[in-house]
Design a protein around this ligand. Structure first.
Ligand SMILES: Nc1ncnc2c1ncn2[C@@H]1O[C@H](COP(=O)(O)OP(=O)(O)O)[C@@H](O)[C@H]1O
Ligand SMILES: [Mg+2]
Length: 364
């Protein structure tokens, strides 16, 4: 049976606002536009369970992060793939969404959560080249504090925040074209803050609504902020200045930004011609480097079919500890084992697959 998901009660106002924000006058108009039946849309908006595919489709259409608003009906639902697909042990390409598949980065996580668990919340920047794991890291910050321990690997640290239930996490993906216009982005932020979204929204209107209205610890994750800077001229100095003032003055220390980019905030600002002090508010910045060897070995150990010591050593060496390269090589090894292939053809194939990402191995 296909599994079902429903919107958590506290997210229902946000979901209803999202409908308005996306310009749908009624539930009927929305259902007619996107496909699922009216009763499915009604159930979704009323917090009743609907099936997984429809849930994700509706969230995509409304620009909502489905994982952030879903109440899972079964313990493994967040992670469970649609219908009868088995979860893949190795993930190559898409960012890590379920915390169980995330390895390493312990020290950086500790630093980040220390800055987020004290008042005032503080801002941080996560840097690293393409495919170094930035999106996965941001997603992990967001999801690990509220993931039930029985959903994790044994000994995976979960209690990073004393009161994870108090936090509101808002994920902004600048690679998503929806986020490249100022009013869409501001509308998204307002609805994620559970504030009403007016028909016409400008920066002043946004600031009026948000100032003094953030009463719970709130973390805005701005993923690939450099893409936003490049793609959207509307996100100008005035826009960034407003965000800075929110974080520093208008939200009583309850708001922090976590940004990700290939370069430092100052470099980003210089390269994009910005002068806003927004780019000076990041007290902690860290660059994602290769894993410790133990992290690669932990990933390898998650294989359903064990790898020999020689294979493990080869993967550690050839991946240089980069999570993405290790995932690719593990996935090639597992495929060969599952298909009873002998010999070293999997290594040849693995090296071919990692070829386009060898730039990672040149990073310091
Ligand atoms: N902490 C991690 N644990 C396991 N795999 C990871 C981790 N970080 C990154 N990966 C792997 O690297 C790939 C790229 O990660 P991603 O977060 O999309 O990088 P970026 O956002 O920097 O481009 C993912 O598909 C996954 O295979
Ligand atoms: Mg990314």
């Amino acid at each position: 049976m296909a599994r079902s998901l429903r919107v958590t009660i506290d997210n229902l106002p946000k979901v209803k606002l999202a409908l308005q924000r996306n310009g749908y006058p009624s539930q009927k108009a929305f259902a007619a536009d996107i496909g699922p039946s009216l009763s499915t849309v009604k159930n979704f908006l009323g917090g009743k369970p609907i099936d997984y595919e429809n849930f994700r489709e509706i969230c995509d259409q409304l620009g909502l992060d489905w994982q952030a608003i879903a109440y899972t009906e079964s313990p493994s639902a967040l992670d469970a793939p649609p219908a009868a697909l088995k979860a893949s042990p190795f993930i190559t390409g898409t960012p890590i969404h379920h915390p169980r598949h995330f390895f390493g980065r312990e020290r950086q996580l500790k630093r980040c959560f220390t800055l987020l668990k004290h008042h005032p919340l503080q801002n941080m920047a996560i840097m690293g080249p393409r495919r170094s794991g930035k999106t996965s890291f941001l997603r992990y910050l967001e999801t690990i504090p509220t993931t039930a321990p029985d959903q994790l690997r044994p000994h995976q640290k979960q209690n990073w925040l004393p009161r994870p239930d108090l936090y509101n996490w808002i994920f902004v993906d600048f690679q998503n074209a929806r986020m490249s216009s100022q009013d869409k982005l501001l509308g998204y932020l307002l609805s994620a803050l559970s504030l009403p979204v007016p028909d016409a929204l400008d920066l002043d209107g946004f600031m009026d609504r948000v100032s003094g209205a953030v009463h719970q610890p709130t973390v805005i994750l701005l993923d690939e902020i450099g893409v936003g800077l490049q793609r959207c001229p509307e996100l100008d100095d005035a826009f960034w200045e407003s965000l800075r003032s929110l974080a520093t003055n208008q939200t009583a220390g309850n708001l922090a930004f976590v940004i990700s980019a290939p370069e430092t905030p100052m470099e980003l600002a210089q390269h994009s011609g910005f002068s806003s002090p927004f780019f000076n508010i990041f007290g902690y910045s860290t660059t994602l480097a290769p894993w410790q060897q133990q992290d690669t070995l932990d990933l390898i150990a998650s294989s359903p079919i064990p790898f020999t010591d020689a294979d493990q050593a080869w993967i550690c060496q050839q991946s240089g500890g980069w999570p993405f390269l290790a995932q690719i090589l593990c996935s090639e090894r597992l495929f060969a084992l599952e298909n009873d292939e002998t010999g070293t053809a999997w290594q040849v194939e693995g090296l071919k697959q990692i070829e386009p990402y060898r730039y990672l191995l040149d990073q310091k």
